[in-house]
Design a protein around this ligand. Structure first.
Ligand code: NAP
Ligand code: HSE
Length: 430
């Protein structure tokens, strides 16, 4: 049994700093938790002169990749640098060199998961990525292991901390979008390029990873329909609140007879639903399984120590596997390649806000077009009148997306309609 296992860390930003802090804080306990001491051999960074937020022996830092990868002492590489390249090349090289890998990189796992797993399998190595989805919340391991006795049919959740922080601040404190985003960046929640968060791609990558694991199918970013929160207006958030909803960025994945449905977009959630009270950087993931029924995983979805907590769980697991000589045990589980259900076929309820002429017969004309497209209306409210214009909000019953899009195409062309201002999907049990 090894007395010490050496780790090499790539990246010393928000997550890397948390990992270094936990390795130090847990130093004594790791001996009995992991079965050996875990020591840092090297930390690869970009800028050696940067001031660090953690006490670190400067001799451990290097900006030389060759020096890092050729260190024979390193048995586990912890990649917390982010992005596709050079992270992909570095992880492949680490695996090729016989080193186990722990990563928090959802960009890579969502797009190059197969390639990385193939490399890990070839050498019987561990590739662990718990921190890549929902920060500190355990969800990858529960899906792969604890819930393996179920057929999972659905995943629904809030899986991006930055957008949830922004929406919470806008809804509860009327803070502007830009100010809330700056706060989220300062708190270390946002990606290096925050457009990945606000345009929904970070959540879409995480959903692709969750759907792949839950449905034993290969799901990648391109299979996910994505809409972010950048076009949401404060007006819709306010109107939603008046109607008994909160607006959240939601990821939905379903394994249906018509294929795998995977989508990320803003959604009106009834205030009575548990997801409505998931605020700030917290995430929550609902999982539906045939045996367990519904399970909800809740916790901090981003930030230094919550994310480092997930990374450390993986590192300890890999150390245990090394000690017990059972590495590479849980490999890739994407056994199937089912088709993907296009967004046109998705069934949902819709909130639509539009500006129309304020005169008799307008509502009847619009209702007529919806009716002709099999769209049934649950709620119609006139919100605001000014001059000869009125603002109306419509909430539909469950309907196929194609019917809504076709109806709106016709409605847009009516002379009595000046603008369709927003369309947001509404939570539906369907
Ligand atoms: P970050 O704060 O931007 O830190 C990135 C680190 O990587 C920095 O230390 C940087 O070095 C280093 N780096 C960048 N390019 C490099 C290169 N070419 N060679 C060597 N080092 C390089 O990022 P982060 O927020 O910690 O995120 C890291 C990863 O964790 C990402 O994949 C992210 O998606 C994921 N993640 C983050 C969170 C979160 O809450 N932040 C949560 C879950 C998952 P310098 O310091 O020298 O510039
Ligand atoms: N930028 C990500 C988020 C970090 O806000 O959720 C956690 O993956």
């Amino acid at each position: 049994m090894p007395e010490v296992i050496k780790v090499g860390i790539i990246g010393l930003g928000t997550v890397g700093t948390g990992v270094v802090k936990l390795l130090e804080e847990q130093k004594k306990d790791l001996v009995w938790k992991a079965g050996c001491r875990l020591e840092i051999a090297k930390i690869l960074v970009k800028n050696l002169n940067k001031k660090r937020n953690v006490d670190i022996d400067n001799k451990l830092l290097t900006d030389n990749w060759e020096e890092f990868i050729n260190d024979p002492e390193i048995q586990i590489v912890i990649e917390v640098m982010g992005g596709i390249e050079p992270a992909r090349t570095y992880i492949l090289a680490a695996l090729e060199a016989g080193k186990h890998v722990v990563t928090a990189n959802k960009d890579l796992m969502a797009e190059y998961g197969k390639e990385l797993f193939d490399a890990a399998n070839k050498h019987n190595l561990d590739l662990a990525f718990e921190a890549s989805v929902a920060g500190g919340i355990p969800i990858i391991r529960p899906l792969k292991q604890c819930l393996a006795g179920n057929t999972i049919t659905e995943i629904l959740g809030i899986i991006n901390g930055t957008t949830n922080y922004i929406l919470t601040k806008m809804t509860n404190e009327h803070v502007s979008f830009d100010t809330a985003l700056k706060e989220a960046q300062k708190l270390g929640y946002a990606e290096a390029d925050p457009r990945a968060d606000i345009e929904g791609f970070d959540a879409a990558r995480k959903l692709a990873i969750l759907a792949s694991i839950a449905f034993y199918n290969r799901v990648t970013l391109k299979d996910v329909y994505v809409e972010g929160i950048s076009k949401l207006s404060l007006k819709d958030i306010t109107y939603a609140k008046e109607l008994g909803f909160v607006v959240k960025l939601i990821g939905v994945a379903k394994n249906t007879l018509e294929g795998i449905e995977a989508r990320v977009h803003p959604m009106l959630i009834p205030i009575s639903h548990p997801l409505a009270s998931v605020n700030d950087s917290f995430n929550a993931v609902f999982v539906k399984g045939n045996a367990i029924g519904e399970a909800m995983f809740y916790g901090r979805g981003a930030g230094e120590l919550p994310t480092a907590s997930a990374v450390m769980g993986d590192v300890i697991d890999v150390a245990r596997n090394i000690i017990h000589n059972c590495t590479g045990r849980i490999a890739c589980t994407c056994f199937f390649h089912n088709s993907h259900k296009p967004i046109d076929k998705v069934i949902a309820k819709y909130y639509i806000r539009m500006h129309v002429a304020d005169k008799p017969g307008v509502l009847a004309s619009i209702a007529g077009v919806f009716g002709n497209h099999d769209v049934s209306l649950a709620t119609v409210i006139q919100k605001h009148r000014s001059g000869n214009m009125a603002e109306i909000v419509v909430i539909t019953d469950d309907v196929e997306e194609k019917h809504i899009q076709d109806a709106l195409q016709v409605i847009k062309g009516l002379s009595i309609v000046s603008e369709i201002s927003s369309l947001i999907r509404v939570y539906s049990e369907e």
